[in-house]
Design a binder for this molecule. Structure first.
Ligand SMILES: [Fe+2]
Length: 289
């Protein structure tokens, strides 16, 4: 079984790199780590980078996960291929662009592109945001799933993720004690559906709510509270249609509860996404596609 240590990065195609960087620094509150060629490297915590904007919408979306052990990579490739999942070793150039020692690339059943990496570059400096949004970490992603049940089976049986809760067919998956690091939302096409950053407190969420409104950023859900993870949240839209989320207070499922934890089944209804009454203006949270 594959042991994913953590989600490490997302790579997001950008039609206008300057616009993406301006939004990420002035609005979202990330730090620009640097630009290399047609890519801009950003971060929302002390790790070397978490988000890369790659020029060109056709660059698509990639989610990078760090493996628990650097010895795992070759075993992982053998295990996945034995299960019928094609594994493509990363080229030297791809490793260099991702700042990792080694990697393979796979696709989940919906076609989401997933990097499995070892030896990601460490950083020797603290995260220094250009706007104090209270971000404490890059934490999880929503992934579009064209066949949610098949994708859920892939992530649990092949990738070692566990189901924390379901909203209809949307599975919220954990790979460590955090309630979810991956959320699979039914969709008609693959891709990253939202990118989450944890913030320190609900004060940060409310400060950002007014900051975003004052800057005419489209708020698509919240402020609200998820009945699943208990997290307070705010979702908003950035360039290229990408949805970003701030949240705080996510539930933890400690290792001593792993053996006895039973996922809860919430109905696919607006109240399952927000227990305060906020209603999502996000298609994947509103209807089963
Ligand atoms: Fe989320």
């Amino acid at each position: 079984m594959i042991d994913l240590h953590d989600i490490r990065y997302v790579r997001i195609g950008s039609q206008d790199l300057d616009e993406s960087v301006a939004f990420a620094t002035d609005i979202l509150g990330l730090e620009l780590v640097g630009r290399e060629g047609h890519a801009a490297y950003m971060r929302g915590d002390d790790r070397e980078h978490n988000v890369v904007y790659v020029k060109g919408a056709a660059a698509g979306h990639v989610a990078g996960f760090e493996l628990a052990s650097s010895a795992d990579l070759s075993l992982v490739a053998v295990e996945l291929e034995a299960g019928g999942i094609p594994v493509r070793p990363g080229t030297a150039e791809e490793c260099e662009r991702r700042h990792v020692r080694n990697m393979v690339t796979i696709q989940d059943p919906s076609g989401n592109v997933i990097d499995l990496v070892v030896g990601p570059a460490a950083s020797d400096s603290r995260y220094a945001p250009s706007r104090d949004a209270g971000i404490t970490s890059f934490s999880h992603i929503g992934l579009r799933a064209t066949a949610p049940k098949v994708d859920e089976a892939f992530w649990t049986a092949r990738m070692g993720a566990r189901v924390s809760d379901r909203i209809g067919d949307a599975a919220l998956l954990r790979i460590d004690p955090v309630h979810h690091k991956i959320a699979l939302f039914p969709s008609t096409f693959p891709g990253i559906q939202h990118v989450n950053f944890q913030v320190q407190s609900v004060d940060d969420i409310m400060r950002s709510y007014y900051h975003l409104k004052n800057h005419n950023v489209r708020i698509v859900f919240g402020p609200g509270r998820h009945p699943t993870s208990g997290a307070r949240f705010l979702y908003f839209q950035g360039p290229d249609g990408m949805i970003y989320e701030y949240s705080c207070g996510v539930r933890l499922i400690p290792s001593e509860e792993e053996a006895t934890y039973v996922p809860r089944q919430f109905p696919f209804a607006p109240s399952s996404f927000c227990m305060w009454g906020s209603r999502p203006d996000i298609p994947e949270f509103r209807s089963v596609t």
